[in-house]
Design a protein around this ligand. Structure first.
Ligand SMILES: Nc1nc2c(ncn2[C@@H]2O[C@H](COP(=O)(O)OP(=O)(O)OP(=O)(O)O)[C@@H](O)[C@H]2O)c(=O)[nH]1
Ligand SMILES: [Mg+2]
Ligand SMILES: [Zn+2]
Length: 313
């Protein structure tokens, strides 16, 4: 019988079988994606077949179905291996905060371009609006305008005091991501009454998150209209940086929408938009038609290739 992976902790994988029963599972053999070295053979969101043991409680995962999509990141600094954060997702809510902690635009752009490469829609959720000064609210509006002009959906919210109703009607599988301390678990708790997953105040000394959530886990929303539909959220551990992987330098611009479209006007078709003659992207940056922050994020991703290693954002 088949089911869906909802949690991985240590060597045990929790699967919800399609009849609603939960099983602790071990993975049988190894399932590898061709050409991809991953640390985890199965990921939260994977559809799997399981064979239940005679004890009736544990099971073996005997098959992982092909993934519709997945989002991965480097397992660690300098590692050649990747870690699949989740598979088969319909959207990501990328939580970002202007402060406590401050999310860098480089981080946002790296995340967006990675998701773009895997064709996963991202909604940028600016959280903790309740603590922002009027000046910071203005900065938030500028960022929203920038990303909306690129075609990204954005939301301004406070997971503590005002969760927009559209987030209560999410269908399909939604991944919550962002730096540690931005409020992913707080939002999860707000959307699923009674859940009460652990959250923690950020460090006062460093104004950074405490890495409270330590593994990815799926939680079901109770807005299931059709019993066969899967409406769920995946809470994930906060991520620090987002390394590039599998991307050739010429490919990086494909995942920065405005750089890609303006870049078609460059003199050279293989222009990397650094300092080539007649580079239309460089001109657009100097004229303010492309945001400097976006261009800097692009350069930082190109720089990963020069350095030949992973860099945090
Ligand atoms: N003022 C304010 N605080 C918030 C808001 N959302 C979350 N917080 C607080 O921010 C802190 C961190 O929230 P968490 O939900 O634990 O953050 P997280 O993103 O799950 O962090 P990790 O699990 O470490 O990745 C907690 O003290 C929350 O109460 C908000 O909208 N406004
Ligand atoms: Mg958390
Ligand atoms: Zn160019």
């Amino acid at each position: 019988m088949s089911g869906i992976v909802i949690k991985i902790s240590g060597s045990w994988t929790t699967v919800r079988r399609d009849d609603g029963q939960f099983f602790l599972c071990k993975v049988k053999g190894s399932f590898r994606i061709k050409g991809l070295r991953t640390t985890n053979p199965v990921a939260v969101g994977d559809r799997v077949d399981i064979a239940v043991s005679p004890d009736g409680e544990t099971a073996l995962i005997t098959n992982v179905y092909p993934r519709r999509n997945y989002i991965i990141r480097k397992a660690s600094n300098l590692s050649k291996q990747s870690h699949i954060l989740a598979a088969n997702i319909d959207r990501v809510l990328l939580l970002v905060t202007l402060r406590q902690p401050e999310t860098s635009t480089t981080f946002i752009d790296r995340f967006l371009s990675t998701a773009e490469a895997y064709r996963i829609p991202v909604v940028i959720c600016f959280n903790k609006t309740d603590i922002l000064s009027p000046e910071e609210m203005e900065e938030l509006q500028n960022l929203r305008s920038l990303y909306e002009s690129l075609g990204y959906e954005t939301i301004a919210m406070s997971a503590l005091s005002s969760v927009p109703s559209e987030l209560r009607e999410l269908e399909g599988l939604t991944l919550l991501s962002g730096n540690s301390g931005v409020g992913k678990t707080t939002l999860l708790n707000a959307l699923i009454p009674g859940l009460e997953q652990k959250t923690a105040a950020i460090s006062e000394a460093h104004l950074t998150g405490m890495h409270t959530t330590t593994f990815s886990e799926m939680f079901f929303l109770d807005n299931q209209s059709d019993p066969n539909s899967l409406n769920a959220l995946i809470d994930t551990p906060g991520i620090k940086g987002f390394g590039t992987f599998d991307m050739e330098p010429e490919e990086v611009s494909h995942y920065f929408r405005e750089i890609f479209s303006v870049g078609r006007e460059c003199r050279f078709s293989n222009c990397l938009h650094t300092n080539e003659p007649d580079c239309e992207v460089c001109r657009a940056v100097s004229e303010g038609r492309i945001a400097l922050s976006r261009y800097e994020s692009y350069l930082s991703m190109l720089g990963d290739k020069d350095a030949g290693k992973y860099r945090g954002a």
